[in-house]
Design a protein around this ligand. Sequence first.
Ligand code: FAS
Ligand code: PHB
Length: 389
Amino acid sequence: MRVHVAIIGGGPSGLLLGQLLLRHGITSVILERQTRQHVLGRIRAGVLESGTVKLLRQANASDRLDNEALIHNSVSLALENQVLEIPLKEFTNTAVTIYGQTELTHDLYDARDATEARTIFEVSDVTLHGLNEDEPYVTFRDDNSVCRVDCDFIAGCDGFHGISRKSIPSYHRQEFEKIYPFGWLGVLSKTPPVSDTLIYARSELGFALCSMRNANLSRYYIQCPLTDKAADWSDDAFWTELRRRLPQSIADSLISGPAIEKSIAPLRSFVTEPMQYGRLFLCGDAAHIVPPTGAKGVNTAVSDVYYLYLGLSQYYRDGEETGLEKYSERALARVWKAVRFSWWFTNLMHDFPDQSSFDRKLQQAELSFLLENRAAQAVLAQNYVGLPY
Ligand code: FAS
Ligand code: PHB
């Protein structure tokens, strides 16, 4: 098989890149390790930046989103017993879109199905070859036979645990990482959201987040120790602890229900540099991870895809290679700003078990400054809605 671009990974990064490349007649095949059903069973992000929505429209994958998504002009911070509303639209003239990553991935698969582009599921032993040659290729096992894809470029969209990043020689890679001493226990419930905005809550007991997918599907999180297991938490225990971390008026109006999904995600910040090596380009979680506090994970994956799509379409249209040569530099410039914001917001809103008294004082000063300073609130808004590409 021969295509212009071999895409490793059928998550949001790989799917969106494949769709955008097709607009310029650039062919691709997506090699996905899991089944389609497994990929579509993942519960992840919920907040989309305007840049993400714009690219989904260009990818012909936004009809359902345009009909069903919620538009939020503000976000709320519950700090001890006061609620600070951050008027996103007023500060930035931009809103955020509430639409689950699960749905976004579903829409991208449906859009790809409507094209001739191939997606091969349940592949194994994916191996990248000739990354520094003009004719790289990928081998993989499909139904126990060894297959080969000849291509011009390889897009590593295979997430944090994928093979692509590890295919760059370690002496050529520099990795930056910060592990947080807690995780997020998330619950999905068929209940009406407690508020018509997202509420990020900080209490002495720890962080909590009240989010949603639609008017009858809510998504809640509480900070939990890394030693916890989702099975350790009964539904009642979760709802009780969530209420304890919310201002009384919000806790009193919370409607609980059975958890239809319950899972714990560890929190880390991670970046690998550079995000390219020869004919291999990394996108999304293959290159970087952020704590979900700032809702930047999938949105930063999308901006990577945008830069790579620009570079590849320029190359195939004009033979111009600058976009590809500068891909990593351009992508990392925005990645690090998303990493910084996610780190800052995580530090602001979480209870750090072994925090020094000095750091606790700093955290309290940061919170007070945010509460009393509109310029500080405007900076939070600019980062939350998404910095320019
Ligand atoms: P993905 O990991 O989504 O997709 C990579 C794909 O590659 C997967 O389908 C995988 O099966 C496949 N793959 C892996 N290795 C392979 C191989 N060797 N061969 C072929 N295929 C291979 N972000 C937010 O913005 N907000 C959130 O609330 C949020 N919550 C999250 C919760 C969890 C538990 C996790 C893990 C992530 C969360 N994220 C969140 C981040 C998440 O949304 C990612 O940013 C997003 O999935 C990135 O998309 P991709 O880069 O496509 O990576
Ligand atoms: C979610 O709805 O899953 C969500 C929303 C905002 C975040 C993280 C997760 O910051």
